[in-house]
Design a protein around this ligand. Structure first.
Ligand code: SF4
Ligand code: MG
Length: 333
């Protein structure tokens, strides 16, 4: 496994109390594989990624337990210097908002080139040539001219391509993309996502794709984990989840994705709000919003049950629902 997160726990200390943002998350991604991490805001999906990238180690965020294995080595036990080296050369992150991640007073060529100057010891001239190549690679038209321009001179979609180019520059083994297309128009979203998927295959990278939008992951992800209140509630090969979700929360998310064949119909919305992380409900944290909730759900925390089909294990599926069978077979409807 390229990256393996094991029983990760993260807290935030605030004036009002301790927010339990990540509560025992396990996931992994291999080289050449795309893992989608799905959840509403506050589900812990970004915080988990920030812990992996090592950009969480400053208060008030605190990793209280768990392991983050990169090529089998626990990053949490490494010296900061070694960690920084891995973070610079072997893993990269793409954020939602390219404009605030790019330096406004440096040309994109200088920013891209800087990666090669600092990490590869290239001359300015060679670095500039590599920057143009990279811009070509992410299909920015007229790269040789536009390399001199500043971030604000590019459209949102083009800026996100520049972010992808920055992430790719050192050919990392792992890329974490946190809502990489959320700020873009729908048509541009699809193009940028397609590009990212193509490069992921070509470079045989591991990709962790964080999103709140089930609509964007179907074509690009291999596996998917669904997070809620800092836990994984469902984990499965992507196509299984679309065919038949084994958790009511996943089903709610699926039912709220707009579909072309249902134009004009009102979209389903999961009732209520995600829980306050300083006061997570007892039992199943989803029970106040769950249409299938029973008494046991209010008292007993569901473990991640192995989802089986006709007694057979179903490609490493898991669901943290006491009633995953009923959900999977639609028996409750
Ligand atoms: Fe709903 Fe109960 Fe399953 Fe939680 S355990 S998702 S409340 S049915
Ligand atoms: Mg986020």
């Amino acid at each position: 496994m390229l990256l393996e997160v094991r029983d990760l726990r993260v807290e935030f200390r605030t004036r009002d109390g301790v927010a339990k943002a990540v509560n025992g998350v396990d996931y992994g991604v291999d080289a050449g594989e795309t893992l989608a991490v799905l959840g509403e805001s506050g589900s812990g999906k970004s915080v988990t990624a920030q812990a992996v990238m090592g950009i969480l180690d400053i208060p008030p965020g605190r990793i209280t337990d768990g392991e983050i294995l990169f090529r089998g080595q626990d990053l949490l036990t490494l010296k900061e210097e070694e960690r920084r080296r891995i973070r610079g050369a072997e893993m990269a992150m793409i954020f939602q908002d390219a404009l605030s991640s790019l330096n406004p007073v440096l040309s994109v060529g200088d920013q891209l080139g800087e990666m090669f100057v600092v990490h590869r010891g290239m001359s300015r001239k060679d670095a500039r040539a590599r920057a143009v190549e990279l811009m070509d690679r992410v299909r920015i038209p007229a790269a040789a001219e536009r390399v001199r321009q500043y971030p604000h001179q590019f459209s949102g979609g083009m800026r996100q391509r520049i972010m992808i180019a920055m992430a790719l520059a050192l050919e990392p083994a792992l890329i974490i993309a946190d809502e990489p297309t959320t700020a873009l128009d729908v048509t541009v979203q699809a193009q940028v996502m397609e590009l990212l998927a193509e490069l992921q295959r070509e470079y045989h990278m591991g990709l962790v794709l964080i999103t709140h939008d089930l609509g964007v992951v179907a074509d690009v992800a291999d596996r998917i984990v669904v997070m809620y209140a800092g836990r994984i509630v469902e984990s499965a090969p992507v196509h299984d989840i679309y065919k038949a979700p084994a958790h009511p929360y996943t089903r709610g998310l699926l039912d709220s994705v707009p579909r072309l064949d249902q134009k004009g119909q009102e979209l389903y919305a999961i009732k209520g709000l995600p829980p306050n992380l300083m006061n997570i409900p007892p039992g199943c944290p989803f029970h106040p919003r769950c249409p299938m909730a029973q008494d046991v759900c209010r008292t007993d925390v569901p473990p991640l049950y192995e989802v089986t089909h006709a007694g057979e294990s179903d490609g490493g599926r898991g669901s943290a629902c006491h009633f995953w069978r009923e959900c999977l077979h639609g028996l409750d409807r």
